[in-house]
Design a protein around this ligand. Structure first.
Ligand SMILES: C[S@@+](CC[C@H](N)C(=O)[O-])C[C@H]1O[C@@H](n2cnc3c(N)ncnc32)[C@H](O)[C@@H]1O
Length: 208
């Protein structure tokens, strides 16, 4: 196991969006190897499983938001889900995802801004590893809800610590109270085996 990694340090200490994208640019080619084999990253598998068990079939149109190199999409693809778009702000991470040849479209977009996507477009959205320190804030939930069809599923992880500290929990509850979505499942799962880092894995249904 790797016990120290400058790239990961750079990702979690980035002071702004440019620094964060710079860190992912440097990391893209080694990301899969470093996370899965180096840190014991497993959240992508748990996320794909959680999404899959909430869907009626494998025919739904899925958005992998903050797809990175496509690790979640790869798991979903193995489970038979093959109608998926990839979205990430890092061109280099998206290029890696493209090489996996599993997505229909590869969208370079900022999840913190309004997305150039129609309302009610996807049956499901998965967003793993992207609601965390210095990445995408809780405001983005509203856009994910907007692009998801009524009764569609949104499944995401939130890194432990950031969950309360960064206002995700409050926003999630606010959206429940506004009847924008309803909680189906929430569990604590392993994020990185190394250092026993956990995350919340949440599955919501968008209200009609
Ligand atoms: C930790 S990686 C997770 C990638 C992938 N979902 C996985 O599970 O391996 C976080 C991803 O979020 C992307 N990201 C960070 N901020 C973003 C933003 N504002 N809009 C879109 N993507 C963003 C990064 O480029 C990176 O690919």
């Amino acid at each position: 196991m790797i016990t120290h990694n400058e790239t990961l340090e750079k990702v979690y200490t980035a002071q702004n969006h440019e620094e964060l994208m710079d860190a992912y640019k440097d990391w893209a080619a080694d990301y899969d190897q470093d996370t899965v084999n180096g840190y014991g990253y497993t959240a992508h598998i748990a996320s794909a499983q959680a999404l899959s068990r909430s869907l009626d079939d494998t025919e739904g149109y899925i958005l992998d938001a903050g797809c990175g190199t496509g690790l979640v999409g790869q798991e979903l693809y193995r489970m038979g889900h093959s109608i998926m778009d990839a979205l990430d702000y890092s061109k280099e991470m998206l290029d890696q995802a493209m090489q996996k040849n599993i997505y229909q479209k590869h969208l370079q977009a900022d999840l913190s801004k309004p997305l150039d996507l129609p309302d009610n477009h996807y049956h499901a959205v998965v967003c793993c590893g992207t609601f965390t320190y210095g990445h995408v804030k809780a405001d983005a939930f509203a856009e994910l809800i907007r692009v998801t069809k009524p009764s569609g599923i949104i499944c995401f992880t939130i890194r432990e610590g950031a969950y309360e500290e960064y206002g995700y929990r409050d926003k999630m509850i606010q959206l429940e109270q506004e009847k924008a979505w309803e909680l189906l499942e929430m569990e604590d799962v392993q994020y990185f085996e190394q250092d026993n880092v956990q995350c919340k894995l949440c599955t919501y249904r968008v209200m009609d």
